[in-house]
Ligand binder design. Structure first.
Ligand code: E4P
Length: 218
């Protein structure tokens, strides 16, 4: 499974990039709104200069014709741009038309297996089921990841399952175990995944013993 970073913050992208574990970035209008009026195009290009992988930029148009025109514009910003399109009737047509043109589409706001199936059949490159938002309304978000992976694998579909709306480290583990091809994580999840109190205790103990062994000054 690959990890993408779910952010529009260039500082967060730079900070995470140094570990070499981030293969792409996903953004959306809500994440961009936190960035104090920066141009979307400029921010995507800044991110693409740091991470050499798929960078998702989201369309906000509401008709298929407008979505396709917007997708062409977003895709022109950088060769690594993947266009995010929400799954509804207009979106589905746009996914099909964009994919036929060679524009890679990340289908966003997926909340059911059938939405995922339709998106994959229309030519989506990535399917983004939203785990946390399903959990928020009392559903089992991770079950949707399992279903999407099974559908894609069983039928040999080319779409990759991108587990989105992940909120805590257990979500990432469960997404990996469910066979998600990618998990996109908020920057705050990276240190949470890394940290374990027994590692910290273990390092301190080794340092103490290294002092006793004369390997370090006492
Ligand atoms: C990713 O592509 C999504 O935009 C993101 O994971 C949504 O997360 P949220 O439900 O925490 O806003």
């Amino acid at each position: 499974m690959q990890l993408f970073l779910d952010t529009a913050s260039i500082d967060d992208v730079r900070a995470a990039a140094r570990y070499g574990v981030i293969s792409g970035v996903t953004t959306n209008p809500s994440l961009l709104a936190r960035e104090g009026g920066v141009s979307y195009r400029q921010r995507i290009q800044e991110i693409a200069a740091v991470i050499d992988g798929p960078i998702s930029a989201e369309c906000i148009s509401r008709t298929a014709d407008e979505l396709v025109a917007e997708a062409r514009e977003l895709a022109s910003w950088h060769p690594n741009v993947v266009v995010k399109i929400p799954i509804d009737a207009e979106g589905l047509e746009a996914i099909h038309r964009c994919s036929r043109e060679g524009i890679r589409v990340n289908v966003t706001l997926i909340f059911s297996a059938n939405q995922a199936l339709l998106a994959a059949l229309a030519g989506a490159a990535y399917l983004s089921p939203f785990v946390g938002r399903l959990d928020d309304v009392g559903h089992d978000g991770m079950e949707l990841i399992r279903q999407c992976v099974e559908i894609v694998e069983t039928h040999g579909l080319k779409a990759r399952v991108l587990a989105a709306s992940l909120r805590h480290p257990l979500h990432v583990t469960q997404a990996a175990l469910a066979g998600a091809h990618i998990a996109t994580i908020p920057p705050s999840l990276l240190p949470q995944m890394l940290k374990h109190p027994l590692t910290d205790v273990g390092i301190e103990r080794f340092l103490d013993d290294a002092r006793k062994a004369g390997l370090l000054p006492g």
